[in-house]
Design a protein around this ligand. Structure first.
Ligand code: PLP
Ligand code: ZN
Length: 420
């Protein structure tokens, strides 16, 4: 089945085709990001024939739709994450796609898996990435399992848990006195050497290819009937464009008969895509460059001043008739607690922004009661020190006071009181 398809690069903005072979990062004409275009060789395979090839666990189940052979993938199981039915929530049927179950704890592993498979096939032995934390942890993790070395360039604002995770996998960490945007440019320059692959989000077109598999899993879980809305936590916009591309692939191949609407969730201070989207009008061209913002948010993985997959993200919103909402930190933290306490799901603040965005859209009528909605749980709460304050010793003490029965007097110590 894989041989039915061949691939080439095309610019996301000017659509110029560029030849396949080497790993390419930018359009040679306009400098924009590239996407991977699939072409059918010979007779178009039926949807049934394509679906019959979907076998095995994890994201390589969809190997027929991926632009690299599965033998180049890692030994880890990436993808195949649960879609949790949360029942009725505020009038909609809510499911949460639990991407925290991936090897490094975030959806980023899907992208890294394909990026490094392509890099390995191309003979690269080293990979580099700029990261707010998760992409770097993911690169370090999958590179370790592939026997590749990795360097991760991070801003000083990166949470210590994510730094510890990157180091634990043995990657080199380059902590720079600057922003994620500065890190992005440094990492891109580091990858100028032959044999080095750059995993930077957006400019490596294979990141989007990996993220598509999350859309494939959601559609398959609904028996190829797509939900009405998918809520996507959004910073650089690469998850958004990847999820859209996955659903559009299925639609183009006749496997599904609709495409869900996408709701992008951003943080108030990191709202470049929201700003550029709010005046969207189908008859006008999409903006050539992003509005630059100054992020300062608890949702560290959404913290970008110049989204690196901006054009493709806006295009994704346009083709899916999507929406975009930005939330302040107080609402993000409150949503995080609600998700954890109502459903037993503790994600990082980026996902909580998605949950808050859903409730904002329910309140404004943008999403209607009775809709079927999937929230992407993009990363685990275990890496989110922002949430630790709400369960500091004071709270544990309250808990012990609330349920003292059965605990002998001398054992009623709480953390923070010097005794275990
Ligand atoms: C957990 C998590 N959610 C959401 C995002 C946002 O993805 P993107 O930057 O592609 O919009 C990230 C990116 O780092 C992330 O780590
Ligand atoms: Zn171009």
């Amino acid at each position: 089945m894989t041989s039915c398809f061949s691939y080439r690069y095309a610019c996301v903005r000017c659509a110029a085709p560029q030849s396949w072979g080497a790993i390419r990062y930018r359009c040679h004409l306009c400098g924009q990001n590239l996407r991977i275009q699939r072409k059918v060789n010979g007779e178009v395979p039926s949807a049934r024939d394509i679906v019959s090839t979907f076998r095995g666990r994890g994201m390589w189940r969809y190997r027929a739709l991926l632009p690299v052979e599965s033998r180049w993938g890692s030994r880890l199981v990436v993808g195949g994450t649960p879609l949790i039915d949360c029942g009725d929530d505020g009038g909609v049927n809510l499911w949460v796609k639990d991407e925290a179950r991936n090897p490094s704890g975030s959806l980023k592993d899907r992208a890294t898996e394909v990026v490094l498979a392509v890099a390995k096939r191309a003979g690269c032995t080293h990979a580099v990435a700029a990261s707010t934390g998760n992409a770097g942890a993911s690169l370090a993790c999958i590179a370790a399992s592939q026997g590749m070395s990795a360097t991760v360039v991070v801003p000083t604002s990166t949470p210590f848990v994510k730094l510890a995770q990157i180091r634990a996998y043995g990657a080199k960490v380059c902590e720079i006195d600057g922003t994620y945007d500065d890190a992005f440019e440094i990492a891109e320059r580091m990858a100028d050497d032959a044999g080095v692959c750059c995993r930077n989000t957006g400019i490596n077109p294979f990141t989007r290819e990996g993220k598509k598999t999350c859309a494939f899993e959601m559609a398959e879980a609904f028996d190829w009937c797509v939900p009405d809305w998918v809520v996507v936590p959004t910073g650089d916009g690469n998850i958004l464009s990847g999820i859209a591309a996955g659903f559009l692939d299925l639609y183009a191949l006749g496997i599904t008969s609709a495409v869900p609407r996408l709701l992008a969730a951003q943080a108030d201070s990191s709202n470049s895509i929201t700003r550029d989207w709010q005046d969207d009008d189908e008859d006008t061209a999409l903006p050539q460059s992003p509005t630059v913002v100054s992020p300062e948010t608890v949702a560290d993985s959404l913290s970008v001043s110049r989204p690196r997959d901006h054009f493709a993200a806006l295009h994704a919103l346009r083709v899916t008739r999507g929406a975009c909402v930005a939330l302040d930190d107080a609402r993000i933290l409150a949503a995080s607690q609600t998700l954890a306490r109502r459903f037993g799901l503790w994600f990082e603040p980026s996902t909580a922004a998605g949950y808050a965005a859903l409730h904002e859209c329910l309140a404004t009528g943008r999403i209607q009661a009775g809709s079927r909605v999937v929230l992407l749980g993009t990363g685990t709460g275990l890496k989110a020190p922002q949430d630790f304050d709400s369960v500091a010793p004071g709270h544990l003490q309250d808990y012990a006071e609330a349920v003292p029965r059965g605990i002998p007097e001398e054992r009623r110590h709480c953390r923070g009181e010097g005794q275990t």
